[in-house]
Design a binder for this molecule. Structure first.
Ligand SMILES: Cc1cc2nc3c(=O)[nH]c(=O)nc-3n(C[C@H](O)[C@H](O)[C@H](O)COP(=O)(O)OP(=O)(O)OC[C@H]3O[C@@H](n4cnc5c(N)ncnc54)[C@H](O)[C@@H]3O)c2cc1C
Length: 400
C-alpha cells in the first residue's frame, strides 16, 4: 500500500495549488483525479484575478486582459466603469490554466493519479486509508491527512457528513463567436427576467465570448437557466450585441458559496468549492480557493509533520477560517442589499444614480470587484440617494 503525507482528492485549480504548496512545505502528496485529463470538463467563465494569477504566474493562459465593465440596468441603460490603464481581471483558458497549476505541483514532487476516483475512506488514529477506483482495478493508499478539493458536490464532504455550503447558485453559460462587445470590457446584465437576484455576463475570451447567467433555484419561478439565457439573447433592449452570435459550446454547473460550518474533522480538510468558498458577489472560486490554501497550509503543515491531526488541532484549522467566513457573509449582505433583494424598479433607480459622473468616479476610485465592501460603504456614506439603503445594508453587514 502506498503511503503519503497527504492525499488530495480533485486535481482542479485548488487541488493542484494545494498539492504544490504542501510539497513546498516538505510533504509528500498524492493528487487524485477521476477524469483522464486535467481541465476537462470545466464549468467556468474563466476569470482569474491578478492576485491569484500572481500566485501561479500562468500569464500564458490569458486570452483577454479585462480593464472595465459595462453594467446594464434591467431596461438596458449601461453604466461604464474602469480605466484601460488598470487591468482588473484576466479571462483565461481554463484547460491551460488548470494544466499549468497541476504541472507546477508535479514539478515540486506531487504524484498525480488520473482516471482515479476515490470511492472509500476510513479514518484511523494514526492515518487515513483510501480506496481508489482505477482502470486497472482498486488501488489502496494510506495518508496522514485527506484533503477534499473535489468540487461543489464534494465526495469527501458528503462521505464525512461535513454539512453543505449555505448557497448553491446555478451557473449556465454558452461560448459564442460574433458577440459585439467592447475591447477589454466585460458586460453585466441585470433584471428579474434575465438572472433573478443576480446577473448575467458576457466575457471576452480571445476570439470567443462567454455568455452566462446565474441565480438560485428558489428565485427561478419554475423556469430553467436556459430559459433565462434565451431571454437575454432575445431581449429587444439589448440584442444588437447578440445579433451575430453563433454558439460553439455550453456549460452548466453549481457555484457553492457560504463556507461549510466544519471544514475540518480529524485527519480530513475541505478546500475550494468543496468547502463553499466561492464569492457570493461574483461566483468566482479560484481566487478564494488559493487564498484558503495560503491560510490553511502553514498551520496543517506543522500538524502533518508531527502527525497530530486530531480533534483539537482540526478545531484550530476550522477557527482559522472565521475571518474568511465573516468577510464572505459581509459580501453576501452587500450583494443582497444592492442587487439580490431589489425589484427591477429599485435597480433602475440605482443605475440612474450610478450613471452620474461623480458616482462613476467614486466607483472607479474605490470599486474593486474582489472586495466590494469599501465601495459599498463609501456609496452609502457619500451618495445621499443611497442613504435610505444604509440601515438595511448596515444591519446586513453587521449581523449577516
Ligand atoms: C458557469 C460558471 C462560471 C464560473 N466562472 C468563474 C470565474 O469566472 N472565475 C472563477 O474563479 N470561478 C468561476 N466559477 C467557479 C469555478 O469554476 C470553481 O470555483 C473552481 O473550478 C473551483 O476549483 P476547485 O479546484 O475547488 O474545484 P473543481 O474545479 O470543481 O475541481 C474538482 C476536481 O475534483 C475531481 N473529483 C471530484 N470528485 C472526485 C473523486 N471522488 N475522486 C477523484 N476526483 C474527483 C473533479 O473531476 C474535478 O477535476 C464558475 C462556475 C460556474 C458554474
Amino acid at each position: 500500500m502506498d503511503m503519503y503525507d497527504v492525499a488530495v482528492v480533485g486535481a482542479g485549480p485548488v487541488g493542484g495549488y494545494l498539492a504544490r504548496r504542501l510539497n513546498e512545505h516538505g510533504h509528500s502528496v498524492l493528487l487524485i483525479e477521476e477524469h483522464p485529463e486535467i481541465g476537462r470538463p470545466f464549468q467556468c467563465a474563466g476569470l482569474v484575478n491578478p492576485k491569484a494569477m500572481e500566485m501561479v504566474g500562468l500569464e500564458t493562459s490569458v486570452l483577454t486582459s479585462i480593464w472595465g465593465a459595462n453594467i446594464h440596468s434591467p431596461l438596458g441603460n449601461p453604466v461604464s466603469i474602469g480605466n484601460p490603464s488598470r487591468i482588473r481581471t484576466f479571462s483565461v483558458c481554463r484547460k491551460i490554466f488548470d494544466e499549468g497549476v497541476v504541472a507546477q505541483a508535479i514539478r515540486t514532487g506531487t504524484d498525480l493519479a488520473l482516471s482515479s476516483k476515490v470511492v472509500a475512506a476510513e479514518v484511523y488514529d494514526e492515518y487515513v486509508e483510501i480506496d481508489i477506483e482505477t482502470n486497472e482495478g482498486l488501488r489502496h493508499a494510506k495518508c496522514k491527512l485527506l484533503c477534499g478539493a473535489d468540487g461543489a458536490h464534494s465526495w469527501v464532504r458528503r462521505h464525512f457528513k461535513m454539512g453543505r455550503p449555505k448557497e448553491m447558485m446555478i451557473g449556465f453559460q454558452i461560448e459564442v463567436t460574433g458577440y459585439d462587445g467592447d475591447e477589454g470590457m466585460l458586460d453585466m446584465y441585470t433584471g428579474s427576467s434575465i438572472a433573478p437576484g443576480f446577473f448575467s455576463w458576457a466575457i471576452p475570451s480571445g476570439s470567443t465570448t462567454r455568455i452566462g447567467t446565474w441565480t438560485v433555484a428558489k428565485r427561478m419561478d419554475g423556469r430553467s437557466s436556459e430559459d433565462y439565457l434565451n431571454y437575454l439573447l432575445s431581449n429587444r433592449l439589448l440584442n444588437s450585441r447578440f445579433h451575430n452570435c453563433t454558439e460553439i459550446g455550453r456549460y452548466c454547473g453549481p457555484v457553492p458559496s457560504g463556507i461549510v460550518s466544519k471544514i475540518a474533522l480529524p485527519r480530513v480538510v475541505l478546500l475550494g468549492d468543496a468547502a463553499g468558498v466561492c464569492k457570493p458577489t461574483t461566483g468566482g472560486g479560484i481566487g478564494p480557493g488559493f487564498e484558503q490554501v495560503e491560510l490553511v497550509v502553514p498551520m496543517i503543515s506543522g500538524y502533518i509533520t508531527s502527525n497530530a491531526l486530531g480533534g483539537r488541532q482540526m478545531k484550530r484549522v476550522n477557527s482559522i477560517m472565521n475571518d474568511m467566513r465573516r468577510k464572505q457573509r459581509r459580501k453576501k449582505a452587500l450583494r443582497d442589499a444592492f442587487l439580490t433583494e431589489m425589484s427591477d424598479d429599485e435597480l433602475e433607480g440605482i443605475f440612474s444614480v450610478w450613471a452620474r459622473p461623480d458616482v462613476t468616479e467614486l466607483i472607479n476610485e474605490v470599486g474593486e470587484i474582489e472586495n466590494p465592501i469599501p465601495l459599498g460603504i463609501a456609496m452609502l456614506k457619500e451618495v445621499p440617494e443611497f442613504r435610505r439603503l444604509a440601515s438595511r445594508a448596515a444591519k446586513a453587514i453587521l449581523w449577516g
